[in-house]
Ligand binder design. Structure first.
Ligand SMILES: N[C@@H](CCC(=O)N[C@@H](CS)C(=O)NCC(=O)O)C(=O)O
Length: 205
């Protein structure tokens, strides 16, 4: 498998999950500094112009962080990255859908306002709102997401890889993480895992 990623982006959630699942894979960096994701040949591979993308050994091409994380969990059942009970698995996916549809989108308003508006003052207004919207999202995560040390209790699932990367953006988005003690403890717990530590050592986080 080949994971197309960029440092610090949501694609790192997939890198964490692949390491947690102990699945062999190759990482291919996409250079956001030169907007490589918006040009050929990357656009031929992924017309969405985003990361992550995962290319399987038979050429099958996957996008969308939540879908890729579910795939990784499914091909490594021994790693236990999805809860066994349907109701717990639904909670895990509820958190992942929230991250995809609400919190990641709130974060994107800081740098990617051109997706929604053309005027510079509109972009500035969107950027200025980010500390507030991300703090609102953090408050939701703090009180509703955790059912133990992790999202689904005391065992790590793919939602934790996703949540770690999104919460890693909070400081840069103007949110004081120390105001959210469960998130802060979760971030420390994740940082101590060999998967996250090795990605940090490699400069991906
Ligand atoms: N819904 C997609 C969103 C992916 C996404 O927006 N990734 C960002 C990085 S965090 C990206 O590739 N941005 C490049 C751009 O906007 O040009 C997913 O969850 O995989």
């Amino acid at each position: 498998m080949k994971l197309y990623y960029a440092n610090g982006t949501i694609s790192i959630a997939v890198a964490i999950a692949l390491l947690e699942a102990d699945l062999p894979h190759e990482r291919v960096g996409v250079d956001f500094a030169t907007a490589e994701q918006t040009r050929q040949p990357y656009l031929d591979l992924n017309p969405k112009g985003r990361v992550p993308a995962l290319v399987l050994d038979d050429g099958t091409f996957l996008t969308e962080t939540g879908a890729i994380l579910d795939y990784v969990a499914a091909i490594a059942p021994g790693a236990g990255l999805v809860p066994e009970t349907p109701v717990e698995a639904a909670h895990m996916r509820a958190v992942m859908y929230y991250l995809a549809s609400t919190m990641h989108v709130a974060h994107a308003h800081k740098m990617r306002g051109a997706r929604w508006a053309d005027r510079a003052e509109s972009h500035a207004d969107m950027t200025a709102k980010v500390p507030q919207t991300m703090a609102t999202c953090a408050a939701y995560i703090e009180t509703q997401a955790f059912r133990g040390d992790f999202v689904c209790g005391d065992t790590l699932t793919v939602a934790d890889a996703y949540l770690f990367v999104v919460c890693n953006w909070l400081g840069g988005d103007g949110v004081d993480v120390s105001q959210f003690p469960r998130i802060a403890a979760f971030m420390d717990r994740m940082a101590a895992r060999p998967s996250v530590a090795s990605l940090k050592a490699d400069g991906l986080i």
